[in-house]
Design a protein around this ligand. Structure first.
Ligand SMILES: [Zn+2]
Length: 305
């Protein structure tokens, strides 16, 4: 029994689950003072922009969560390219998500579903190799795309970032079940194997994945950019924000209060046995696991009972 009293639904008989693997999607540097409070200015940390493949244990259908960074930065909008330089993200893409899949023995055209946590450049990657996939995003992404570049030449988001005819925007009404600490979730396959979680605060439409990783009670939360540093999840650090000379509050998250609330929900998962939490830019996990069997064709081992 979890110390918090919080539980996730028990497995059914012959419970389907997801084989979850990490995928290299390029690396960036993140200035620490943008992410956690109390960092000295100028210090930066090298992080991955992780993506994940998820294969259903019964139907064997493939999904991917996030597409990392594209190699040709010219594919991003002019403002996005400017931000990448100004914020010294210094992206390096040794392997795109599509290349990571191929290296793991899976072709991008085999992917049936691509779920995108949110539309920022380091998660949207390049949709072109995924010729058959249905793209799934939060409803909040619709407005960012329809008003995106070039309609608004100063947008961070390209209106062609996703293939229109194959993109499904999930209305909030689809998030109709609560699960564990999350009030709004969607049982994606209808069999309890994988839930899409409404994870507000970062930018419009931000979603997470909560997937079962075994038939006997192990789970993983893929947190996208719910937090940019794992110490925010554990509570060791607080979300950075600053107030500029004109009194404007600046934060990595569009709505800091909602982001903090969402992080607190994720933190409460840590009190439940056999639940692993991974965020897209988890530098510590990456340093410990890069090149390991956690990456396709291997799988992230489910936490043991
Ligand atoms: Zn990011």
């Amino acid at each position: 029994m979890a110390s918090t009293g919080l539980m996730l639904p028990p497995p059914s008989v012959d419970q389907p689950f997801m084989h979850v693997s990490a995928l290299e999607g390029g690396n960036i540097r993140i200035l620490c003072d943008l992410v956690v409070d109390g960092n000295s200015q100028g210090e930066s940390i090298s992080c991955p922009s992780l993506a994940f493949s998820l294969q259903h244990s019964k139907t064997k259908s493939w999904a991917v969560f996030d597409l990392g960074i594209r190699r040709d930065l010219e594919g991003y909008t002019p403002l996005s390219q400017e931000r990448i330089k100004a914020m010294k993200f210094d992206p390096v893409v040794n392997q795109t998500v599509a290349e990571s899949l191929v290296k793991g023995g899976v072709y991008p055209h085999q992917i049936e579903t691509v779920i995108i946590s949110h539309l920022h450049w380091d998660h949207i990657g390049d949709h072109e190799p995924f010729t058959r996939a249905t793209f799934v995003v939060g409803e909040g992404c619709r407005e960012l795309l329809t008003s995106g570049y070039p309609i608004d030449p100063n947008s961070l988001f390209s209106s062609t970032a996703l293939p229109h005819e194959r993109t499904k925007f999930l209305p909030l009404s689809d998030f109709s079940v609560p699960i564990g600490p999350f009030p709004l979730a969607l049982d994606f396959f209808g069999d309890g194997s994988m839930y899409v979680i409404d994870a507000p605060g970062h930018i419009g439409g931000h979603i997470n994945i909560l997937a079962r990783t075994s038939s006997d009670g192990a789970w993983i939360l893929l947190g996208g950019d719910s937090a940019h540093d794992y110490r925010l999840i554990t509570g060791e650090k607080e979300v950075a924000h600053s107030i500029d000379s004109s009194g404007r509050v600046w934060c990595m998250h569009g709505d800091k209060d909602k982001a903090v609330e969402n992080i607190a929900r994720i933190r409460s998962l840590l009190g439940i046995p056999r639940v692993q939490v991974l965020i897209a830019h988890d530098s510590k996990w990456y340093e410990e696991n890069k090149g390991s069997a956690a990456f396709l064709p291997g799988t992230i081992p489910p936490l043991a009972a």
